[in-house]
Design a protein. Structure first.
Lengths: 189, 189
């Protein structure tokens, strides 16, 4: 998506060889015009997938999933993230490891919000090592629902998350795929 | 807002004399149609306030602030919440106590996203004891910006947060004000 790539180049800040900050328009301050156009781009790509739910994990995915839900006219669901595994009978849960925060989290979705009849489109702001997305896929499988694809705002194509998710048979559609950060500059795939 | 009140009566679950769960349409699964109509209701009320930013705190406020930002055509900002006070020079920070979680949090907003020229409309999903909202107001004051009002989805009018915020000179507009929970039923003000 050209508008997103341009925005990354103008407003993104490359902190080191792995970290891109996009907090001025994506995940701390949010440009809702851009967010809506991204929702539209995801819808244009996935509109035949028959999604009955769109699912993300808190926090940064919430604005994205809301924009997508508006186009699909289906409920948005976000998984809750807790610092430690708490067994709660009425929740689907999966453990994930955050490399950014260097700790494990449990992500949870209430059983009432995913059923075997659901077709679930996954979304997130970033895809790097794939832990969050694989955790969401795990939860969708537990519920008996079908994961019908994954929409990602920014994929770090130099990390293995995209391959792991695609190898699991899930289509991944990323609006911007980053090949590398070189000398503080973003190079797209 | 009649649609919201009806939805609370049909889909809300009163767990005890203080807790109302609205996770099927507001803060875990989200009904985006309702969310947009709530954004519109806030806009209709506050449209003359001259807001240049809309501000909330993660997590449950994010969907609300996004809907509002769409009507005002201004950036949405959400404060980040961390478990402990970490002094970071480039952030405005305030400490708040969560009665739901029985622990203190630090909420933070990057200094780049609030300036003395900003007029900031605050939003959140719930107002009970007012800790989150008072923390946000503290942060807005630190930045030199003006807090121009607070839009709340559900105010528990039997707790003192609404009075504390109004006594601080901030207009609070709540789409549903709950007087009490009696025998598992919601009574509106």
């Amino acid at each position: 998506m050209d508008e997103l790539k341009k925005r990354i180049l103008t407003d993104g800040r490359v902190l080191n060889s792995h970290v891109l900050k996009v907090d001025s328009f994506l995940n701390h301050q949010i440009d809702m015009g851009l967010m809506d156009r991204m929702g539209r781009a995801f819808f244009d790509h996935f509109k035949e997938c028959g999604a009955t739910k769109v699912l993300t994990v808190e926090t940064s995915g919430i604005a994205v999933v809301c924009s997508l839900a508006r186009y699909f006219h289906v409920p948005a669901v976000f998984a809750r993230k807790t610092p430690s595994l708490t067994t709660v009978d009425d929740q689907y849960a999966a453990e994930i490891f955050s490399f950014t925060k260097q700790r494990a989290f449990t992500i949870m979705v209430n059983r009432r919000f995913l059923t075997p009849d659901d077709r679930v489109l996954l979304v997130d702001d970033f895809l790097a090592k794939g832990q969050a997305l694989l955790g969401l896929i795990n939860i969708v499988h537990q519920s008996g629902a079908d994961p019908v694809g994954a929409g990602i705002v920014i994929e770090k194509a130099f990390q293995d998350g995209g391959s792991l998710v695609r190898d699991a048979g899930i289509e991944v559609y990323s609006l911007a795929r980053i090949a590398s950060f070189e000398n503080g500059k973003v190079l797209f795939s």
